[in-house]
Write a protein that binds this ligand. Sequence first.
Ligand code: C2E
Ligand code: MG
Ligand code: MG
Ligand code: MG
Length: 281
Amino acid sequence: IAKAHGAGSVQPFDPEFERQASERFELMQKLVTAIREQQFILHYQPQVDLQTGEVVGVEALIRWQSDEGMISPGVFIPLAEQSAYIHCIGDIVVNHACQAVQRLNAEGFEKMLVSVNYSARQLERADVFERLRVAYEAAGIERKRLCLEVTETAMMQSFYQVTALLEQHRSLGGTVAIDDFGTGMSSLEYLLELPADHLKIDIAFVSRLDMDERSRSLVRMIIALGQRLGISVVAEGVETEQQANWLRDNGCNIAQGWLFGRPMPLEDLIQWLHNRQQGER
Ligand code: C2E
Ligand code: MG
Ligand code: MG
Ligand code: MG
């Protein structure tokens, strides 16, 4: 290659690389400030039982309100994961989620689950369950009300280690969901041992439901798998009535997406839940 571009064309210093590295470094520094100054909030997105229309839970999704506006978790979570700061973020999320359970209880929504997302890196921490226990006990909430969402990909990275942790969590009454299911290349053998209460069909398949038969077949297969294993199936990213109807008719249990509700701050969620209850009467 060097020859093709003429001798001496290999640049030891790449300004583009330098730019990217310093951008990441700056963002990392801002992230540290954000943790110290508590610039994070959680939004909650409703999950609806497709048969009954009942709201059975909410997913907690973190938001960073930086000085320059909202930064999405897709940007800063991978960055945080490269350091121990991801554990600070995990603690923030769990504390908010426990408060959300308390608030839901106070408003009479005493059965709703609150799901939090945990990355592989977060589960690697030796005292992860001890910290969860402290959070539950401090908040005085039942363990089953908090659901851990772990992606299929994260699980595959160290299957036996992660499943052992999830089993431990479940044996103490905790709830587990496998997130982004269908994108993680689980071997069929692993599926038999999935330590999960919920399987969440990845948004990519749901958004393609109206477009191709292959996506429909795949979703049907995930639903059948859930039914066989006794694991309830949740569809993510449901945006249209058509998708919701198809999913319900094909046996999917729960749906989450803009059709039902966007992720929203806790107080907006409480209002939304009361409005929905009134609409039902
Ligand atoms: P996820 O857990 O798979 O979350 C689903 C994502 O889909 C969320 O994006 C949500 O806002 C979005 N979504 C929900 N309904 C719809 C819909 O109808 N249409 C479309 N197009 N999108 C919809 P968000 O909030 O940007 O989060 C992205 C990812 O960041 C999450 O994917 C999760 O992996 C990660 N994440 C979010 N919060 C946390 C957290 O507290 N901790 C960790 N470790 N990861 C988090
Ligand atoms: Mg999730
Ligand atoms: Mg997902
Ligand atoms: Mg995702």
